[in-house]
Design a protein around this ligand. Sequence first.
Ligand SMILES: Nc1ncnc2c1ncn2[C@@H]1O[C@H](COP(=O)(O)OP(=O)(O)O)[C@@H](O)[C@H]1O
Ligand SMILES: *[C@@H]1O[C@H](CO)[C@@H](O)[C@H](O)[C@H]1NC(C)=O
Ligand SMILES: *[C@@H]1O[C@H](CO)[C@@H](O)[C@H](O)[C@H]1NC(C)=O
Ligand SMILES: *[C@@H]1O[C@H](CO)[C@@H](O)[C@H](O)[C@H]1NC(C)=O
Ligand SMILES: *[C@@H]1O[C@H](CO)[C@@H](O)[C@H](O)[C@H]1NC(C)=O
Ligand SMILES: *[C@@H]1O[C@H](CO)[C@@H](O)[C@H](O)[C@H]1NC(C)=O
Ligand SMILES: *[C@@H]1O[C@H](CO)[C@@H](O)[C@H](O)[C@H]1NC(C)=O
Ligand SMILES: *[C@@H]1O[C@H](CO)[C@@H](O)[C@H](O)[C@H]1NC(C)=O
Ligand SMILES: *[C@@H]1O[C@H](CO)[C@@H](O)[C@H](O)[C@H]1NC(C)=O
Length: 699
Amino acid sequence: MAAAFAAFHFWLLSCLAVTSLVRAEDHDQFIFNNGFLNANLHLDGNAKIQSNGLLQLTNTSKIVVGHAFYPSPINFNTSSPSSARSLSFSTNFVIALVPEWNVSSGHGIAFVISPSMDFSHASGSEYLGLFSTTNNGNSSNHVFAVEFDTIESLDMEDIDNNHVGIDVNSLISIRSTTAAYYSNEERENRSLELISGHPIHVWVDYNDGEKLLNVTLAPTTSPKPYQPLLTTSVNLSDILVDTMYVGFSAATGSIASNHYVLGWSFNRSGQAQSLEISKLPELPTPSEVPNLPKAGRRRKLDQLFMIILAVVVLVMITGAAYFRWRKKYEEIIEDWEKEYGPQRFLYKTLYKATKGFKDKQLLGTGGFGKVYKGTLPFSDEQIAVKKVSHESNQGMKEFVSEIVCMGRLRHRNLVRLLGYCRRKKELLLVYDYMPNGSLDKYLFNDDNPNLNWSQRFQIIRGVASALLYLHEEWEQVVLHRDIKASNVLLDSNLNGRLGDFGLARLYDHDSDPLTTRLVGTLGYLDPELTRTGKATKTADLFAFGAFLLEVACGRKPIDPSLSPEERFLVGLVSRCWKRGVILDASDPRLQGNYVVEEMEKVLKLGMLCSNSRPDLRPTIKEVVQYLDDNASLPHTPLESAENIISSILETLPPDHSTETNRSIANNLASDCIIPLSSSVVRASPNSISSTDTVLHIGR
Ligand SMILES: Nc1ncnc2c1ncn2[C@@H]1O[C@H](COP(=O)(O)OP(=O)(O)O)[C@@H](O)[C@H]1O
Ligand SMILES: *[C@@H]1O[C@H](CO)[C@@H](O)[C@H](O)[C@H]1NC(C)=O
Ligand SMILES: *[C@@H]1O[C@H](CO)[C@@H](O)[C@H](O)[C@H]1NC(C)=O
Ligand SMILES: *[C@@H]1O[C@H](CO)[C@@H](O)[C@H](O)[C@H]1NC(C)=O
Ligand SMILES: *[C@@H]1O[C@H](CO)[C@@H](O)[C@H](O)[C@H]1NC(C)=O
Ligand SMILES: *[C@@H]1O[C@H](CO)[C@@H](O)[C@H](O)[C@H]1NC(C)=O
Ligand SMILES: *[C@@H]1O[C@H](CO)[C@@H](O)[C@H](O)[C@H]1NC(C)=O
Ligand SMILES: *[C@@H]1O[C@H](CO)[C@@H](O)[C@H](O)[C@H]1NC(C)=O
Ligand SMILES: *[C@@H]1O[C@H](CO)[C@@H](O)[C@H](O)[C@H]1NC(C)=O
């Protein structure tokens, strides 16, 4: 039965082969759809026809060439009168470039029209078996080719290592483009890798009337694309001569691939019939063993192979699992960090503490990154982990050393920094967890319980004493540089604690003197700082002043949704003060329930700190003394609201600004409303910058 089937199969195949042979009789048109066994092609070099009819132009031997030509010349009738002749032709073929290893391989295949089949003087490698150094580019060659080149040769001015080129007498193409095809279904161009090893269907059509040549490519799994890859205007009159041979050339160099032609159809008198892909001979599969061993040995080999495979798979799975595990907890530790050992957390610890940085653990998102709640596995201590994404490694060393330094700061009104961890593009900072969140939520969000005056006053005094500690009482001067309500966190007793110190420093080190960098928050930013770019204690006091007003008045320093007169809190308080009704500026939500002297003191102190002249602002020591009633307020003349506001507007000078800043500046100056999502505009680290440091350590 099987034998009968095989015989029938053979008969069928021979019939088909005979039909193709018959068709091929006509010399100006032929089609080889099921192999080249009976094609009688003119072969040379490495070229051979395999037993299944597959045409192999080269195998993977180094620096070889192979040619295959249709044996009879094609008459192009160039000498007959132009009315009678046409140089049009149409051809389509399927090629495959199968690399030696799964690495870059070469060199490529070309479809050739040539006056002669003798290419004995042609070179391999980048010459693709067509030309040599002596005749490349010589117009007496009369050779036309379409190259499919997988090596970028500088000599041939190749564009890349995966291109299709139109060659006239030279391998320096008159036009070339990266291999690709237009997908009719998706209506877009898709990339195509010539060296993929998969068969590629190519159509080359030349219309003599329009002098237009189209080259179209597609994987054999797709129909002919509606759009060609290349449409080139080329006049073949001078190139072609009366009788020309058509065929293929391929070459290898120091790296090699198998170059195959699976089928070919050519027509001078009309559109070439498209090849039927299913009938083409098959490419040898890589697993195909040329000389099969005897069946018994083979079964043993199979078993051995299965065992090896199983072991390999097992090793790979374990390896992959290990690498995934490694990757999950991957972090960066450099030599200089060794001394900071105790302050350094393992990423694994933080990952477990925050349950894998789950969204459920998210406490909030700030200007620098997301903050997650966590519980340390061993001590059950609650922590807040801030994930700061940081692209460059620049300044990281200085920053970490300062972080570690700041880890030594201890004050009951500072959020304690417990340590850090570093990963690729990510810095994690570990703080004490503050169960009551940040102050701004109580001040500006009506959903949260209101804070009464005594709680607010306690918070103000706490933050003032923390700032005194940073400025005067610690062994070095620490500038905070980002004081504001949202950076004041509340512990379980509703004590205010200053957090986030020094973070802006991270964005400070890539100090290109031309793009001065400024970090801070609009409305809290000392105008002087934008002029000099130098962080100072007085700049911290300016921000502290804005904070005082914020707490007393229950609104943000700049509220763009309000009318221009009310937009700036300092302007509002200043005007109330001038009219002798400063208490009118107090937070209406307090409904007058406050200690009048304290409220007055806080509002006036806020104004003093907001003075546009740094030298007229009090020091933090004085502020603490006033708050503690150990001194009375100085009689500094009240600065006009206009003066203060115009200096705040100067915090956005045009010469500092990027596109965004400028538009914010314009918006602030004019009457339109700026859509601000967060509580205040944060001068984004990416858009605004400053020359000097955010955190100054050392006097
Ligand atoms: N130590 C902490 N404990 C509890 N919540 C915190 C802590 N740090 C930050 N948060 C929360 O995360 C949010 C974002 O923090 P942060 O990045 O400091 O904000 P911003 O950059 O705007 O100052 C805060 O509004 C606060 O609710
Ligand atoms: C390539 O073919 C040539 C001639 O057919 C042969 O001598 C050579 O061994 C082959 N090389 C490879 C790598 O198969
Ligand atoms: C070419 O020209 C010759 C004589 O001019 C003519 O006999 C022949 O049929 C022509 N061939 C083709 C393909 O046009
Ligand atoms: C081009 O080839 C012809 C024939 O081989 C030769 O006579 C001529 O010198 C060559 N021209 C150049 C510029 O090399
Ligand atoms: C596809 O590529 C061709 C040639 O590069 C170009 O002319 C055509 O506009 C591209 N089509 C699409 C849909 O991108
Ligand atoms: C080569 O290997 C890469 C990955 O190692 C794979 O994605 C690609 O498909 C392989 N190519 C061929 C031609 O086998
Ligand atoms: C070449 O492609 C263009 C654009 O698709 C088409 O208009 C033209 O008819 C084609 N020419 C040939 C010879 O196929
Ligand atoms: C093509 O080249 C021939 C010979 O040089 C010339 O006679 C003809 O005018 C050219 N055709 C076009 C369209 O340029
Ligand atoms: C050549 O074109 C003619 C006219 O369109 C067509 O009848 C014939 O089948 C084609 N032959 C081949 C081999 O494509």
